[in-house]
Design a protein. Structure first.
Length: 368
């Protein structure tokens, strides 16, 4: 069937809001059964809205993708304010909710900056940065997600509630995520009553701070399924009770290859030690740049994951580690010393180690 692509923005686009695009996903005048629906964001202005994706089932869409247009200069470059931004709108509701249903195979959200706007949700037990349930597979890839403050008044809080059948969370920069007070805080919380597949691969986590939460964990109930994998991640400057929390690890689940600011990390093997100042181009907490420095211990320290799951090899800037035959780095950024090799969608991947020399020549002199 067809791929139906619609533009979203405020400068003569098909839709001016994400909500309006999503509301039409079951429109028979636009889509047919088996179609792939794609919404492309343009960096015309900030989208101040919260996202619900639960349509497409009635018409029988195959897949739904929300991404940014790859028009030159439009997509983010792995740093804040460099591409389309979606900013949390209401402290009384979830920021991103994907309900999904069995008739839609997958929902993909990619190459977007999500700004939590430092909100503390009004009821932390019920409101989440990401809430994913249902049978549809969720692919959350190549995004920036930052500045989320969890609720203050709940018995426990889940920032990313991932209870759907299959979560694929790859090549994201996640930073400035904060807990609340007086409760247990779970950053990633899977389904505690039924094991679901979670793939958390090649992400960079920075400044994950429990604040005054009584207990806090980065991963809970996301490693209880036989196919679950937590691999090739960077975890820097976390202030948590533990990285891996509740939920018994399945004997076939894999948690390994991680860069951490200590020589060991409970629950993980193949731990590489580094510091945020050595690993990242800029570790300024308020505005970090999580691309790797040339001296980072994360470089060439990952495991080759091949081409599965879909787009796992594509780094935060769009470089495909698999097709480029790179030795995999840890985290969302694949470091390259020559900027020209990182060309993607009209961008050059930032090269933070190179320098350009300018030579001034006397125009009257003869050049031989």
């Amino acid at each position: 069937m067809a791929t139906v692509t619609k533009s979203i923005g405020t400068s003569s686009r098909d839709y001016s809001t994400i909500a309006a695009w999503e509301a039409d996903l079951d429109s028979s005048s636009i889509y047919s059964s088996g179609d792939d629906a794609v919404g492309e964001l343009y960096n015309d202005s900030v989208f101040v809205e919260d996202i619900d994706i639960d349509g497409g089932g009635s018409i029988g869409l195959d897949t739904i993708t929300l991404t940014s247009s790859d028009t030159e200069g439009n997509r983010h470059r792995g740093i804040k304010n460099s591409g389309p931004i979606v900013r949390h709108n209401s402290a009384s509701r979830d920021f991103i909710e994907v309900a999904g249903n069995a008739t839609v195979d997958s929902v993909t959200i990619s190459f977007i900056e999500f700004d939590g706007d430092d909100d503390s949700v009004s009821n932390g037990d019920d409101k989440h940065c990401i809430k994913y349930t249902g049978a549809t597979e969720l692919y959350f890839q190549n995004n920036l997600l930052h500045s989320w403050g969890s609720g203050q008044d709940a018995s426990d809080t889940r920032t990313f509630k991932v209870e759907g059948d299959k979560t694929v969370f790859t090549n994201n920069f996640i930073f400035n995520i904060n807990g609340g007070s007086g409760h247990t805080w779970y950053v990633f919380m899977g389904n505690s009553s039924s094991a679901k597949e979670c793939l958390i691969l090649n992400n960079s986590f920075y400044d994950i701070d429990k604040q005054s939460a009584s207990n806090s964990y980065l991963f809970s109930h996301v490693h209880t399924h036989a196919n679950s994998r937590i691999r090739n991640n960077v975890i820097m400057d976390e202030n948590l009770t533990a990285v891996i929390g509740t939920g018994s690890k399945h004997g076939s689940a894999v948690t390994d290859y991680v860069c951490y600011d200590a020589s060991s990390l409970t629950g993980f093997t193949n731990v590489v030690e580094d510091t945020s100042s050595n690993a990242f181009s800029d570790n300024t907490v308020s505005d970090p740049n999580l691309h790797l420095k040339s001296i980072s211990n994360c470089i060439d320290a990952g495991v080759d994951l091949g081409a599965s799951p879909t787009n796992v090899a594509v780094d935060i800037d769009g470089r495909n580690r698999h097709t480029e035959e790179d030795t995999w780095d840890l985290g969302a950024d694949e470091y390259t010393s020559a900027s020209i090799t990182g060309k993607r969608d009209g961008f050059l991947k930032p090269n933070y180690s190179s320098r350009i020399a300018f030579i001034l020549v006397d125009p009257s002199s003869e050049i031989i």
